[in-house]
Ligand binder design. Structure first.
Ligand SMILES: CC(C)(COP(=O)(O)OP(=O)(O)OC[C@H]1O[C@@H](n2cnc3c(N)ncnc32)[C@H](O)[C@@H]1OP(=O)(O)O)[C@@H](O)C(=O)NCCC(=O)NCCS
Length: 393
């Protein structure tokens, strides 16, 4: 027998497994910081490029450092031809998150510096990943729709170029800035499931791409990044519903969750949701699509009331609740909403991978290896007797 571990915590809730200097979530008070800066401060004043630099490094860049970093992101935007060729052979119905996860090892295969594990090489790989995850998402969307691939626009920032490479149209400045802000809000979130997956994989000394591929897989689930697409599906389903409160009550009575509500750490409203809620209202007014704000806030109000009635007073909207209608109004299809989460979170994933690889926060790298309690068959110290297959009934 393996013996029992001193403490068992299913799901690792509240268990501190490492030190980090990158970000922190105060779930009681609804506070999120990246490298000491509150998320509201960054969302109002920073850009995705600058925030990505901040996450990867320990401080905000100088003007020169930011220019150099942004220049590297722009220079690496185009995908290697072999990846585009491989993507053209994938079934058009393939889910975008599966395509994204499948292309990450291809990025590894086309990296001439793959085996260079120096910090500088890892930072360079992080920069290529930050820019190319977005390129994979736009390329896949055009390939599956039989549309010609578009070259990156070197005059646009990361968010603007993403929207242009997706639709072919240069976005207006306000829309590009809104996506930029949404990317900042999604860029990191301490030891969430996908970031932990990245860190756990590279703790074995696997390369950065192996870690990122694991992160993409973890993000795809509906309890994590996959929730935004499910929120939009719910809103589309409720567009003609007269009795929103009744629908919410029925869902909860049937043991169903209201997607985009609740959080493993926040016990109050997610600070990112507050920002996205305002954005949802502003975008709705600008585009004459206020119905999405109206509908989302009706669901929010009904869900909070019904959950409170059932004694669940800490379940509030999370980041996915209002990002869904925001992305919808930006023209982002439902099944690209989780990939858009990935194009932001790649900044945090790569920062955490580098911190893990070099033991930046806790002195030296560690191999994650939790224990489990064995509760399966047990035949005593000598083990169960093996019966040949022909004698089994
Ligand atoms: C994110 C999430 C997994 C975190 O929850 P958690 O801390 O693990 O808590 P649990 O899932 O164990 O839920 C605790 C209780 O609250 C309920 N609950 C949690 N989120 C709920 C939701 N969105 N709708 C309805 N009930 C919910 C659970 O059903 C459970 O009830 P029970 O004790 O009667 O079984 C959960 O809130 C959820 O599934 N939300 C919807 C998916 C989502 O939006 N995910 C994105 C997160 S950023």
């Amino acid at each position: 027998m393996t013996g029992t571990s001193p403490a068992k915590n299913i799901g690792l809730r509240g268990v501190t497994v490492a030190d980090t200097k990158i970000s922190d979530v105060d779930g009681e008070h609804g506070i999120l910081i990246y490298r000491g800066y509150k998320i509201e401060e960054l969302a109002r004043n920073s850009t995705f490029e600058e925030t990505a630099y901040l996450l990867l490094n320990d401080s905000l860049p100088t003007e020169g450092q930011l220019q150099e970093f942004s220049g590297k992101l722009v220079a690496a935007r185009a995908l290697p031809e072999i990846i585009l060729e491989a993507m053209k052979r994938l079934p058009a119905k393939a889910q975008p998150m599966d395509v994204l996860q499948a292309t990450i090892p291809m990025l590894a295969m086309s990296d001439p510096d793959l085996t260079d594990e120096s910090r500088e090489a890892n930072i360079d790989k992080a920069i290529k990943l930050i820019t190319r995850v977005a390129s994979v998402v736009t390329a896949w969307h055009r390939i599956r729709n039989n549309q010609a691939l578009l070259s990156p626009d070197t005059g646009l920032n990361h968010a603007g170029n993403f929207l242009k490479q997706l639709s072919g149209d240069v976005p207006d400045q306000e829309t590009a800035r809104d996506l930029d802000t949404a990317l900042i809000l999604h860029a990191d979130h301490s030891f969430n499931a996908s970031t932990f997956a990245c860190r756990e994989v590279v703790s074995t000394r696997a390369h950065i791409y192996a870690g990122v591929a694991a992160g993409v897989g973890a993000l795809s689930g509906s309890l994590h990044g996959g929730a935004n697409a499910q929120v939009m599906q719910m809103l589309l389903q409720l567009e003609k519903e007269q009795d929103i409160h009744g629908w919410v009550r029925k869902q909860l009575d049937g043991g169903q969750k209201i997607m985009g509500m609740g959080h493993a750490v926040y016990k109050t409203t997610d600070p990112r949701a507050k920002f996205l809620k305002e954005m949802c209202l502003r975008l709705g007014r600008k585009l004459g699509q206020e119905q999405w704000y109206r509908l989302s806030t009706q669901v929010e109000k009904a869900a909070i009331e019904e959950l409170e009635r059932r004694g669940k007073t800490t379940i509030k909207p999370n980041v996915d609740f209002f990002s869904a209608p925001v992305y919808h109004m930006m023209g982002i299809p439902n099944d690209l909403m989780t990939p858009v989460f990935a194009i932001a979170r790649i900044a945090g994933w790569t920062a955490h991978i580098i911190e893990e690889k070099f033991g930046d926060a806790q002195g030296k790298p560690a191999l994650y290896r939790p224990s489990s309690e064995y509760i399966g068959n047990y035949c005593g110290k000598s083990g169960c007797v093996y019966t040949p297959v022909s004698q089994r009934t």
